[in-house]
Design a protein around this ligand. Structure first.
Ligand code: B4P
Length: 193
């Protein structure tokens, strides 16, 4: 089975599309955002430190995040969707090494391309919908913190598109389309991979 990365700014729809691929293709979603939110709610010292960083919209340290992925990969398997990982060049190098150690490789890096205004609108809507449903609102889902998350993205994560383009792995998908259309575009990429 293929291993892919879903790349894109915060709110681009990486988690949304990863869940669809899990349902439709029995792939395995490895979301560092979900892992970190789980750590946050665990009440441990590590969780407390992670919460402080995430709630400000900053990136958690490479060491913590790479450690989480290493643990998951050690459990075996293939057909991974790396969702929200890597987010820095150091994480990208680490992922290449971890997969090579397992005798595996990346088959495609799918970038969801969405403009900044649409991203902010999605995040505001998610916060409103969670509040209306009586569910907890993510602390990083507000326009001020989101502006910081976008800055972190352009500074630390956007360079990964050039990194994977140079390796011939990058595939771009229009993330502005509806969720179903984005899903179809990703399916086409996977069918050609
Ligand atoms: P993540 O959990 O990765 O989340 P995300 O950036 O919010 O976005 P995602 O792209 O998954 O968006 P979603 O599908 O939910 O990161 C959160 C934080 O964790 C980071 O800021 C950082 O602090 C930390 N972190 C995570 N990984 C890290 C790493 N590797 N290194 C360091 N720190 C790390 O979609 C968003 C909304 O849009 C949803 O409401 C959805 O319904 C809607 N939507 C999706 N697709 C749509 C479409 N096509 N049209 C309209 N709406 C759509």
């Amino acid at each position: 089975m293929v291993n892919i990365i879903l790349l894109g700014p915060p709110g681009a729809g990486k988690g949304t599309q990863a869940k669809k691929l899990v349902d439709e293709r029995a792939m395995v979603q490895l979301s560092t955002g979900d892992m970190l939110r789980e750590a946050k709610s665990s009440g441990t010292e590590m969780g407390r430190r992670v919460a402080e960083v995430m709630d400000k919209g900053h990136l958690v340290t490479d060491e913590i995040v790479i450690g989480l992925i290493e643990e998951k990969l050690a459990q075996g398997g293939s057909g991974f969707i790396f969702d929200g990982f890597p987010r820095t060049l150091k994480q990208a190098d680490a992922l290449g090494e971890l997969l090579a150690r397992k005798g595996q490789k990346l088959d495609a890096v799918i970038e969801l391309v969405v403009d900044d205004e649409a991203l902010v609108a999605r995040i505001v809507r998610r916060a409103e919908e969670s509040a209306a449903a009586g569910q907890p609102v993510r602390a990083d889902d507000n326009p001020e913190v989101f502006a910081g998350r976008l800055r972190e993205y352009y500074k630390k994560t956007a360079p990964l598109t050039g990194y994977y383009y140079a390796k011939g792995d990058l595939r771009q998908v229009d993330g502005m389309a509806s969720m179903a259309e984005v899903g179809e575009a990703i399916a086409k990429v996977l069918d050609r991979t």
